[in-house]
Each structure stands twice: as structure tokens, then as C-alpha cells.
Write a protein that binds this ligand. Structure first.
Ligand SMILES: [Zn+2]
Length: 113
């Protein structure tokens, strides 16, 4: 009367294939089905591993560039803000871009590509 249980332990960040592990009734959870490949904290299936590395490196590069340009923007914004409200209107677009970048980084830290 052994009862097999299954639980999801993640997914391939490229093809979104789900990874599962099973308890075949002995209380031991084990991933019997798929080899999971990890790169910088992101997971993929065997088939997608090359693509995963490429995508992670690309995105990482972009985030670094964003951070650099944001640091530059922030310096400029701080300068502009000294001139008060009318100047804020001028840079509204830039502030919106900065918050979108921050969202992308947050997803990244959660392990989402
Ligand atoms: Zn995959």
C-alpha cells in the first residue's frame, strides 16, 4: 500500500518544462526524471543548458549596464532636482525607465529570467 507522491521543485527557465521529485512511498524525495542544470542560480533542463548560459550572461550584462547608467542618471537627476518642480516634469520619462529596470532586477534576484 505504498503511495507515490510528487512535488514540483522548479522549472527550466528556457522551455519551462517543470521539474518534479517523487516520494515512492519510502519517505525519500528524489528527482528520478530529469537532470537539472544550474548556472548562476538559474536552472534548465539538459537540452536548454547552452541557451540558459547565453541568456543569463546576456541579461547579467544588461543589468550591469543598467545599474551603471542608473547611477549616472541618479547623479544627473539629483542635479536637476535642485531646480525644483518644473525640472521634474522634464525627467519624468527617465524616472519611469528607472523603475522598470528595478523590476527586471528584482525578477532576476528571484531566479527568473
Ligand atoms: Zn528546457
Amino acid at each position: 500500500m505504498s503511495k507515490e507522491r510528487i512535488r514540483e521543485i522548479g522549472e527550466c527557465q528556457i522551455c519551462h518544462k517543470k521539474f518534479y521529485e517523487k516520494d515512492l512511498g519510502d519517505g525519500v524525495w528524489f528527482n528520478y526524471d530529469d537532470e537539472i542544470y544550474s548556472y548562476r542560480g538559474f536552472d534548465s533542463c539538459e537540452k536548454c543548458f547552452d541557451k540558459l548560459q547565453e541568456k543569463v550572461d546576456d541579461k547579467r550584462q544588461r543589468i550591469i549596464e543598467n545599474q551603471n547608467s542608473r547611477a549616472l542618471h541618479e547623479g544627473q537627476l539629483a542635479g536637476i532636482l535642485k531646480f525644483g518642480e518644473p525640472a521634474k516634469e522634464l525627467i519624468k520619462g527617465q524616472i519611469e525607465i528607472a523603475s522598470k529596470e528595478a523590476y527586471e532586477e528584482k525578477e532576476w534576484r528571484k531566479g527568473k529570467l
